[in-house]
Design a protein around this ligand. Structure first.
Ligand code: AMP
Length: 502
């Protein structure tokens, strides 16, 4: 224990979301080393199916957040922030012989829009050398290219003149990018020609292979909560293979995609038994589960070790890690879909109890309940109104995606008070993934939609048929159900956008 403590004191640690509190999870050299190990492994598996040229470039949409020090002197930040700042990140580029297009100043700029613009301009500057396009989660690639649809003319003008738009205000980022680009009128007119065609007749279908003709594939996490972005990603990919990236968490890496040629919907991950000590809690779905509500629950059995998992069985993962976590429940539900050289292959089902997620943010029903409770107390204190019922929705169709919270209220409330409640809820989600994404503007301002009286009654009526009785009905605290969303949107009488991160 003493050795572990010393080691932790010398090493950075990081946040991890935990129902309303931010939680520190240890992150040590071992964590960066296993990251390097899994990236090398997965690059090797990918190259079996999609060989790439040594020394080529990756158009990588990657972003490092800010780090800070605790009073005790430990560095705190997200796992990716630590990794991009570590020597292992440089080592990964050297050993896999693939180099990211953007310099450190772009990766760690701390502003999503500015970094994305620079990733795009540099990706185009090196376009013929780009061997593949990547990001941590596919949400980011989709966001980046939908942003490109808006700014491509500006980017072309910059490439033509070797200049950088005034939207890039961060001095270090400007300097680093300007040092790399040169006026290139012929590249600019080539891009312009392609974009005009993509815009007018193709609806941006196949944008990636058209602009990066030597790209062999697209790689990022596409499973789990990223599945909703697949359609748009396929549209931009226009037939280019989509390679689903590996499975891991801040706490520990878990498994590698040994079948990179499979479509993301069929991907599973071979557990690397040396990354942590893995245990598995067998889960059995409750009979008569009401699917309208998202709080699926399971009957659990005693955990089994990796060597005793069964094909077709669902489990929750438990980790004992080299960084000091003992029998830590990750909350992920996985299914054993096969074995690879004796190690189980897991397909990711979903994160238990997680309801709101767009990008790297993770909020549970309890997190939502807590922010709504706080804001509704504020409403009761400042007005004659009260919250009657509520639900939420992660809107990923807008750019950037954002949370919508629907409130039905009783009594009179001034707009100013509701605006304040909206702000309070946005600021109330303390999950670090959410806070970082909001600060970097990769998630938009939270929206409060006030619906007219009786709306949740209509929602309940709609659900009765499916739930088998009103007395069993319980308002889903988050929904993607289109019928329910239609009822809520048709009944919306007021909308507010949070100013919490302005
Ligand atoms: P974090 O701790 O923020 O790094 O998030 C880790 C969580 O992201 C995991 O516990 C999963 O719920 C999810 N995740 C990570 N990798 C994948 C993957 N390849 N497919 C689906 N979900 C994933």
């Amino acid at each position: 224990m003493e050795r572990l403590l010393l080691y932790l004191l010398k090493s950075p640690s990081l946040f991890c979301p935990s129902e309303g509190r931010q939680k520190y999870v240890p992150f040590t050299r071992h964590s960066s080393q296993t990251t390097l190990q899994i990236f090398r492994l997965s690059a090797a598996y990918r190259s079996r199916f999609y060989p790439i040229k040594e020394g080529g470039r990756i158009l990588e949409f990657i972003y490092a957040g800010k780090e800070f020090k605790t009073l005790g002197g430990l560095t705190v930040g997200t796992a990716t922030t630590h990794y991009y700042a570590s020597k292992e990140f440089k080592a990964k580029q050297e050993t896999t012989k693939s180099f990211t297009c953007s310099p450190q100043e772009v990766i760690s700029g701390g502003d999503f829009g500015q970094s994305t613009y620079c990733h795009l301009i540099l990706g185009l500057h090196f376009s013929t050398q780009v061997e593949f396009v990547a990001s941590a989660f596919s949400y980011t690639i989709v966001q980046a290219f939908s942003f490109f649809q808006e700014v491509w003319r500006e980017i072309c003008a910059d490439i033509k003149e070797g200049n950088l738009s005034s939207r890039i205000t961060l001095p270090n980022m400007r300097k680093a990018v300007l040092a790399l680009i040169r006026p290139n009128p012929s590249l600019a007119s080539h891009i312009e020609e392609i974009c005009l065609e993509l815009e007018s007749s193709l609806g941006w279908l196949g944008l990636i292979p058209k602009l990066w003709p030597n790209a062999k594939y697209i790689s990022s996490i596409m499973t789990g909560s990223m599945l909703p972005y697949l359609k748009k990603l396929r549209h931009y990919a226009g037939g280019l293979p989509l390679v689903s990236a590996d499975y891991g968490s801040t706490e520990s890496w878990i498994g590698v995609n040994v079948d990179p040629h499979l479509p993301p919907e069929d991907v599973s991950f071979a557990v690397i038994p040396t990354f942590s000590y893995f245990e598995f809690i067998p889960l059995y779905r409750q009979q008569n589960h009401q699917d309208v509500s998202t709080d699926v629950d399971f009957v659990e059995e005693k955990p089994v070790p990796l060597s005793q998992v069964k094909l077709g069985q669902e489990y929750e993962l438990v980790l004992t890690t080299f960084t000091g976590l003992y029998r830590y429940r990750l909350g992920d539900v996985v299914e054993v879909t096969g074995f690879y050289k004796g190690t189980p292959k897991l397909s990711f089902i979903y994160r238990r109890k997680l309801i709101l997620t767009i990008n790297i943010d993770k909020n549970t029903e309890k997190d939502l309940q807590r922010v709504v409770d706080k804001a509704s107390q504020l409403l009761s204190r400042t007005t004659q109104a009260e919250v009657v019922d509520f639900t939420s929705h992660a809107d990923v169709t807008a750019r950037p995606g954002h949370y919508i919270i629907y409130w039905e209220i009783r009594g009179e409330a001034e707009d100013k008070a509701l605006e304040e409640c909206c702000r309070e809820m946005d600021a109330g989600f303390v999950d670090h993934g959410y806070v970082v994404s909001r600060r970097m503007k990769s998630i938009g301002p939270l929206e409060l939609r006030v619906v007219e009286g009786g709306t949740f009654g209509k929602v309940a009526e709609m659900c009765v048929g499916k739930c088998g009785g009103l007395n069993q009905f319980k308002t889903p605290r988050c929904t993607t159900n289109s019928v329910m969303l239609n009822i809520l949107d048709d009944s919306t009488v007021k909308r507010f956008r949070s100013s919490a991160y302005d």
